[in-house]
Design a protein around this ligand. Structure first.
Ligand SMILES: C[S@@+](CC[C@H](N)C(=O)[O-])C[C@H]1O[C@@H](n2cnc3c(N)ncnc32)[C@H](O)[C@@H]1O
Length: 282
């Protein structure tokens, strides 16, 4: 995460010069305000193009969102009474995964559980409509501090634009799909059912046995919307929680955020209301 932050900070400085810190502080506010309006039908989509906004996102949300995914994987592991993955090579598709939280989480889980999880190689598709995220993560494999081999591919995909996903096939071959804080971001854009068509394709064309990890803001509007989608596809629910209190458990924050903590302040470990579902295609 520190490498991503350093890269984004340099980009923000190129774009905003001496005002970079001010721009980042404003974008931290912009994001938190935008996330309170997600269910509003007339809102503008959240815009991550500016490097100051992407810095703000990684700084403020990636560690906690990643940590929630690790916690959900741990719940699944308990339920399965053992390892989650049966093969030594897996494919993962992270829908709305541009900022990297999902893949960081999976790698962290595999590293923490390497005594029992036998995965050695992860091929990952980061699917996101914001192409600008691509630069941040595709060289992640070079900076990994684990024995895992990672092949990260960024694929531009906008769930509201069928022409961007109708012909894409490779990401559908994944063993695991992650949707972390993604459904809440696109639910209000599903006015004419175009996003529902995406869920239909995803659930229909994924392979039998594929696992879908959903976690998001614990709110009934988002819960109802997403439950309707996966139930229509007759997926099995392996583990779930609804509007449950969650705390991030990460403790590496200080070293990861480094000198930026002085500029932008420490993130308090706030309680959050989280809904998650881990689903499996029969
Ligand atoms: C709140 S972030 C979640 C990121 C990450 N999964 C996490 O948990 O931190 C939402 C992501 O969805 C992407 N996004 C927003 N609208 C999208 C769309 N219509 N199609 C694909 N990606 C979209 C954004 O670029 C952003 O990366």
């Amino acid at each position: 995460m520190k490498i991503a932050l350093d890269t984004l900070y340099k980009e923000a400085t190129k774009t905003h010069g001496n005002d970079a810190d001010k721009a980042i502080t404003e974008q931290i506010k912009y994001l938190s305000k935008s996330y309170t309006q997600l269910s509003s039908n007339d809102r503008e989509p959240v815009n991550y193009k500016d490097p100051a906004t992407r810095f703000a996102y990684v700084y403020k949300y990636v560690a906690s969102h990643g940590d929630y995914v690790v916690q959900v994987l741990e719940v699944l592991r308990q339920k399965l009474e053992g390892r989650i993955f049966k093969t030594d090579s897996i494919r993962v598709s992270c829908v709305g995964g541009g900022p990297g939280s999902d893949i960081i989480a999976l790698l962290k889980y595999l590293d923490e559980r390497k005594a029992t999880e036998k995965v050695k190689k992860v091929t990952c598709y980061l699917l996101d409509r914001e192409q600008a995220w691509a630069d941040t993560w595709v060289e992640l494999d070079d900076s990994l501090q684990t024995d895992l081999v990672l092949h990260a591919n960024f694929q531009p995909l906008d769930v509201t634009k069928p022409e961007s996903w109708a012909q894409q096939k490779k990401f559908l071959e994944a063993d695991v799909f992650t949707m972390s804080y993604f459904v809440s971001e696109v639910m209000a854009l599903d006015k004419d059912g175009v996003v529902t068509k995406f869920w239909e394709k995803l659930f229909k064309e994924a392979k039998p046995g594929a696992i879908f990890i959903y976690d998001d803001n614990g709110h009934d509007t988002f819960n109802r919307y997403f439950d309707k989608q996966w139930k229509a596809a007759k997926l099995n629910c392996l583990v779930e929680a609804t509007n449950e209190d969650f705390w991030p458990r990460y403790n590496e924050q200080k070293s990861e955020l480094g000198e930026f903590l002085k500029k932008f302040g420490q993130q308090p470990k706030l309680k959050t209301s989280l809904t998650y579902r881990v689903l499996q295609k029969p």
